[in-house]
Design a binder for this molecule. Structure first.
Ligand SMILES: NC(=O)C1=CN([C@@H]2O[C@H](COP(=O)(O)OP(=O)(O)OC[C@H]3O[C@@H](n4cnc5c(N)ncnc54)[C@H](O)[C@@H]3O)[C@@H](O)[C@H]2O)C=CC1
Ligand SMILES: O=C(O)[C@@H]1CCC=N1
Length: 278
């Protein structure tokens, strides 16, 4: 098996060339990965055209001989298409390849069965990876050595932060928190923008105020040694405006509903494994 010290020496094959693949490929190209050392299998014409236009990467409509040179294979298909995509691509892939799956829910045991390899890392990224501000949870099978983990880290590092979880089941929690999480933030942004408009602000200003508030509060939480609860209390003057809003949310059970919603995402991740992992 060849040894590699930098990402630029790897040939990386993507099975699926949609949103997540674009985020990773964009990060890799920006870090100097040659487009010629990226292989993509993507059946959708428009998606292949986007890859060529955005990154100069030529994608194939179906798996073929070009996959034989892959050192690392990134599985970026929907959970429901993973098994078919795996069966179609597996005969073309070298047995030495390291596999990195970003598919929500699909367990390593299923992937290993479909591919005949245990060299598998599962990743749960999120869409801020598109702007190099992603957060990714990673889990490695015991068969992946430290060099394999380092290869994965080099790829994921192009999209932002990452952490390793010890148990595969914890990836369902990562999926529910940070994988789906950007959608929760966007929902709050939508509501804040609507409220701003209802209070008489122009839409552009309402959006700017909402987005900048999330950016600022997140930066403050990231840099502070205080818990979010303490930071919240500092904003909340007794008898003031924040107290009026937070009391309303608490009386309506917003925190409990929010936690229950995140648990629903975790549950759905488990169901995906049962529905599409067989
Ligand atoms: N979008 C998100 O926020 C996140 C998505 N994920 C996971 O990433 C995976 C991909 O999601 P997206 O990129 O959002 O989906 P997407 O729909 O944008 O991309 C999937 C691509 O796979 C292609 N495809 C379908 N069948 C194929 C086959 N047999 N072989 C090769 N390619 C095939 C489709 O044409 C499509 O372009 C999913 O498993 C999802 O669970 C993980 C974290 C976050
Ligand atoms: O909604 C989904 O299933 C995927 C996984 C995390 C974000 N999007």
């Amino acid at each position: 098996m060849p040894t590699h010290t930098t990402t630029t020496h790897l040939t990386i094959a993507f099975i699926g060339g949609g949103n997540m693949a674009n985020a990773l490929i964009g990060g890799l190209i920006a870090q100097g990965q040659p487009a010629a050392q990226i292989e993509v299998v993507e059946p959708w014409d428009e998606a292949r055209a986007r890859l060529l236009q955005s990154f100069g990467v030529t994608a194939q409509a179906a798996p073929g001989a070009a996959l034989a040179r892959a050192d690392l294979v990134v599985w970026a298909v929907k959970p429901q298409t993973f098994r078919d995509a795996a069966h179609a691509a597996a005969p073309h892939l070298p047995t030495t390849a390291l596999h990195l799956s970003v598919a929500a829910g699909i367990p390593t045991a299923s992937i290993a069965r479909w591919l005949g390899s245990d060299r598998i890392v599962r990743a749960m990224p999120n869409t801020p990876a598109l702007v190099q501000r992603g957060m990714t949870g990673l889990f490695a099978c015991p068969e992946v050595d430290s060099a394999g983990r380092a290869q994965v880290e080099q790829v994921i590092a192009t999209t932002g932060q990452w952490l390793w979880v010890e148990a595969e089941a914890q990836l369902d929690a990562v999926t529910a928190l940070s994988g789906s999480g950007p959608a929760y933030v966007f929902l709050f942004l939508e509501a804040m923008e609507q409220a701003g408009i209802a209070m008489g602000l122009p839409a552009t200003q309402a959006r700017q105020l909402a987005v900048a508030t999330f950016q600022g509060a997140s930066a403050l939480a990231a840099q502070s040694h205080e818990a979010p609860e303490v930071l919240r209390q500092r904003v909340t003057s007794k008898g003031g405006t924040t107290h009026a809003a937070i009391s309303h949310m608490q009386a309506q059970g917003v925190p409990e509903h929010f936690i229950a919603a995140i648990r629903a995402a975790e549950q759905r991740a488990r169901e995906l494994a049962q529905e599409f992992g067989e």
